[in-house]
Design a protein around this ligand. Structure first.
Ligand code: HEC
Length: 408
């Protein structure tokens, strides 16, 4: 398939993935808030645990929740499952399109693990499946009896998995896999536990049996995990274009710290929906952790560009073109970047300059100095490590060149 069609396929699948993801997360946020906001009142029908009144779209809604199930099954029952399944399936398709087919550009990093694209893809698929199996076993083990203990063990497990990913994949792929692992667990929770347990309960009711509350407890525990994992997943999915997060020295630790940051923010909303109380400490803790993340992304400094960050030149592009390092910097960029970032890339399979970033002329290099700084000096996101190697000295030189914009 030509690069143009491939690019469009990638965009269309991504669009679909975002749409299905919004449908899933949207309905999940809605039901969590609804559930936590249910109130009891006198004279509710038998079996009803709580109710809520809501106004939306020109009408009023009166919602009632039956604790285990109503005494009679309604004729029509809406299930919420395709949002999750389609998000998983489109996400998997995107993983294949971007990271498996484009393994050399996005998945591999020979400096971390010198493996072939086939092995990397195998490791990716196996890790997602194994991750779910380990998670499921942990939940079913005696540990699963204690929500807190289970969460602690799961945190350690995910931390190890994230570390493993950063050891074998490129930084960007490692973050994507951290997100994909959590998202696989969340979708599998819906597919293997939440929906099947609910089906058993419905069948029991239809047969006039009392459903087993244990099934409900298990499903509830998985929903709780899904609830707290939502925000970290979204971070991993959108951090793709922010190399300070995924392509610096401490990226593995940054990935791990995102888990509590996302969970804390979620906790704030859960408490607010349940009791109306607005806690301050989840925000304070999340902000403190985020600050740690920001500091980690800058540590250790990447050479002269880190020095004095105060006096910026009023016209950095002019300063940079006059710099005594310009010729060398341009040669480095031409040598390591322009095979792809050109109007007609030499690198096979690229229809045009990736993301429209052209680095094949002096003008392009000057215009994109901020991007070069982010992608190749402050982080090691570019060039794709499996395709081109750029030495630390060359990065230093780029840094020295960028630093000269302040001297003007
Ligand atoms: C082997 C091809 C290749 C080489 C060599 C390469 N890049 Fe890239 N670059 C890409 C691809 C592919 C993307 C698009 C990534 C994506 O889809 O998000 C990209 C994206 C970028 C972006 C945009 C990032 C964003 O998220 O918007 C910048 C900036 C960039 N590269 C800079 C560089 C610099 C600087 C160099 C050299 C030091 C370089 N690239 C070398 C392939 C390459």
């Amino acid at each position: 398939m030509g690069p143009v069609l491939w690019e469009w396929l990638s965009l269309l699948v991504r669009w679909l993935h975002v749409v299905t993801g919004i449908a899933w997360i949207g309905s999940s946020f809605y039901f969590i808030a609804l559930d936590l906001g249910l109130r009891r009142r006198e004279g509710m029908p038998e079996g009803v645990k709580g109710e809520a009144w809501q106004v939306h779209g020109g009408g009023f809604y009166h919602m009632q929740k039956y604790a285990v199930a109503p005494r009679f099954m309604p004729d029509e029952l809406t299930w919420f499952k395709w949002e999750a399944y389609s998000t998983f399936l489109t996400g998997l398709a995107l993983l294949v399109i971007v990271y498996y087919v484009g393994a050399e550009l996005f998945l591999l990093d020979p400096a971390k693990a010198d493996i072939s694209a086939e092995w990397a893809v195998t490791a990716s698929l196996l890790s997602l499946a194994a991750g779910w199996l380990v998670y499921d076993l942990l939940c079913r083990s005696p540990l699963g009896r204690s929500d807190t203990l289970l969460l602690l063990v799961l945190f350690v497990f995910l931390a190890l998995a994230f570390f493993g990913y950063t050891e074998i994949f490129s930084g960007r792929a490692a973050f994507l896999h951290a997100g994909a692992l959590i998202a696989t667990i969340m979708s599998a929770n819906v597919f293997f536990t939440i929906i099947p347990n609910q089906r058993v309960a419905v069948a029991d009711l239809k047969a006039g049996r009392q459903p087993d509350p244990e099934l409900g407890r298990q499903a509830g525990q998985r929903s709780l995990h899904n609830n707290y994992l939502t925000l970290p997943v979204l971070f991993f999915m959108v951090s793709n274009h922010y190399p300070l997060a995924f392509a610096t020295e401490w990226s593995w630790l940054i990935a791990i710290l995102i888990l509590p940051v996302g969970a804390l923010i979620r906790h704030f909303f859960n408490v607010m929906h349940a009791s109306g109380r607005m806690l301050w400490w989840p925000w304070a803790a999340a902000a403190a952790l985020t600050l740690v993340i920001v500091i980690l992304s800058r540590y250790p400094g990447t050479g002269p560009a880190e020095a004095a960050e105060t006096s910026f030149a009023s016209d950095p592009q002019r300063a940079l073109s006059a710099s005594r390092y310009f010729d060398e910097a341009q040669a480095i960029v031409m040598g390591h970047c322009s095979m792809c970032h050109a109007q007609k890339p030499l690198y096979e399979g690229l229809a045009g300059p990736p993301k429209g970033v052209r680095l094949d002329t002096a003008e392009g290099v000057l215009r994109n100095w901020r991007q070069i700084d982010m992608q190749a000096v402050r982080s090691r996101a570019m060039p794709p490590p499996a395709v081109a190697v750029i030495s630390p000295e060359e990065r230093q030189l780029l840094a020295a060149w960028l630093d000269s914009r302040k001297a003007w």
